[in-house]
Design a protein around this ligand. Structure first.
Ligand code: AMP
Ligand code: MG
Length: 475
């Protein structure tokens, strides 16, 4: 089947986007191109890391198949409602139908100002582009639903932040860019028919099985909630901290979106947070499930007029649904954690996981390695992580009596995009134009469950002098 560009979202309503072209850049150069994803999307091969592709993925040329537009959305940022955010530095180029029949958005990010830019320059420094490219692709390989990275190009221009930094543009691919914040934007337009066609569009695109349901909008709430619960359970099981779970950064498809200040936890501590702007730790590791619920409640509010004409009845039904979030989340979480230690029965696994996490926290042990090493044929590597090996040994004996080690290495990665490694890649690329580390990290993270001696030097957590304890949105 050929490359099939479409623009279904733009047929919905002109109120939801602003047509806009990318601002051209001086001297674009390739940083990365994802051939595996290009194949899936059936992107014409003449655009794969070619000069022609470079002109398109830098925004210098608008191909005839693109209908570029900035999408409107609202959102709660750190719990404060902002009625108009929108793509301030991103453009939806087109939708495509991939070879799996799935519809995807192709979006440029960092492509210049749009009607929603407010005071921003519409650009992105190279650091955040490299970070998003590495981490979103790593998440995909770690089996976490996520937006993906198709391309990254340097613009050959400077972007002024705290310092002047080289600019770059990411091409992001998503099942859609519809967010809780998009639904909030539609609600605030106060147009019942538009709200209904928006919800129907979301059902059509992401939850088509609900089309003929008796209570489609209540079911939509339940399905989005279910996807988010599952997603956050995945994050928690990998030690992933999103860092900026605002409602505009929460997709209705259940994909992880927006890799700004995100980071993977190393030494286990549930209160871990990295984001510099998250002063109070609203988006700390252990708060993620509760914030997921908070965001779902905001989504529920947007559906109330569709759930029932009687506002009291609508609230009662929506409340009954979101009250199940916590148990749904916990079911997913304990399923993930049970698999991580190779114990099938969750009632046996749960206390074992809790005890193991306590040991990790008390002895500041790397979360990724502590689980990974349980899959080893011999206990040495796991034991060596724990300074107090007596308490570890007691736990290990109890665990061993119930464990099946056969899948542990398939579930617990050897490699994650550790912060200090991402930082090495960014520094080399941005300061010296050297992509060696970036490329090598991509290769390592493309197969995170297979340990390879080639990457021995990047297996360990950061040494204390390398450790990065704060991250920045970098916008
Ligand atoms: P984010 O922090 O990336 O989720 O972005 C929050 C909002 O700020 C979104 O509406 C972005 O489009 C907008 N934004 C972030 N960076 C820029 C920028 N450099 N120029 C214009 N808008 C931006
Ligand atoms: Mg965002």
């Amino acid at each position: 089947m050929p490359f099939r560009p479409e623009h279904s979202y733009q047929d919905l309503s002109e109120q939801l986007f602003a047509p806009c072209k990318a601002t051209s850049v001086q001297a674009p150069q390739w940083l990365a191109f994802n051939e595996e994803l290009a194949k899936q999307l059936q992107i014409p091969q003449e655009l794969w890391a070619t000069e022609k592709g470079l002109q398109i993925f830098s925004g210098n040329q608008t191909p005839e198949w693109a209908t570029p537009a900035a999408l409107a959305y609202a959102g709660h940022q750190f719990a404060n409602f902002v009625p108009q955010l929108g793509d301030g530095r991103a453009l939806l180029l087109t939708e495509v139908i991939a070879n799996n029949q799935q519809r995807y958005d192709i979006q440029l990010k960092g492509s210049g100002r749009t009607p929603y830019s407010r005071g921003g320059d519409g650009r992105s420094p190279m650091g955040p582009v490299i970070r998003e490219y590495l981490v979103s692709e790593a998440m995909h390989k770690l089996n976490v639903p996520t937006t993906r990275a198709l391309a990254a190009v340097a613009t050959g221009e400077w972007v002024q932040r705290d310092t002047a930094q080289p600019g770059a543009i990411l091409t992001r691919v998503a099942k859609s860019h519809l967010r809780v914040g998009t639904a909030q934007y539609v609600l605030h337009l106060r147009d019942y028919n538009l709200l209904k066609s928006f919800a129907d569009y979301v059902i059509d695109r992401h939850y088509p099985a609900l089309k003929d349901a008796a209570t489609p909008y209540l079911d939509l709430l339940e399905h989005v909630q279910n996807k988010q619960a599952q997603l956050i359970a995945k994050w928690m099981s990998l030690g992933f901290i999103h860092g900026v779970m605002n409602t505009d950064n929460m997709t209705l498809s259940g994909e992880t979106i927006d890799y700004g200040p995100c980071a993977f936890m190393e030494a286990y501590d549930p209160a871990t947070k990295f984001s510099f702007i998250d002063k109070r730790g609203r988006y700390a590791y252990h708060n993620q499930p509760a914030i997921g619920l908070w965001n779902i409640a905001r989504f529920a509010e947007t559906l109330l007029p569709l759930i029932d004409d009687d506002p009291d009845k609508a609230v009662a039904q929506a409340t009954a649904t979101i009250e199940t979030f916590q148990t749904t989340y916990e079911d997913y979480y304990w399923k993930e954690m049970s698999r991580k230690i190779g114990v099938n029965d969750p009632t046996i696994a749960k206390p074992l996981v809790e005890r193991y996490l306590n040991l990790m926290q008390a002895q500041q042990v790397d979360f990724t390695q502590a689980f990974r090493f349980l899959g080893d044929a011999t206990p040495e590597r796991a034991q060596q992580l724990f300074e107090n090996s007596d308490s570890w040994q007691i736990w290990f004996n109890d665990w061993q009596a119930h464990a099946d080690r056969s899948d542990i290495h398939q579930v617990n990665p050897a490699y994650i995009p550790r912060n200090h490694l991402i930082e090495l890649a960014i520094q080399a690329a941005a300061n010296d134009g050297d992509l060696t580390i970036f490329n090598r990290l991509q290769r390592m993270l493309a197969d995170p469950f297979t340990e390879r001696t080639e990457f021995k030097d990047w297996f360990e957590p950061a040494k204390s002098e390398q450790a990065i304890t704060q991250t920045f949105c970098g916008t």
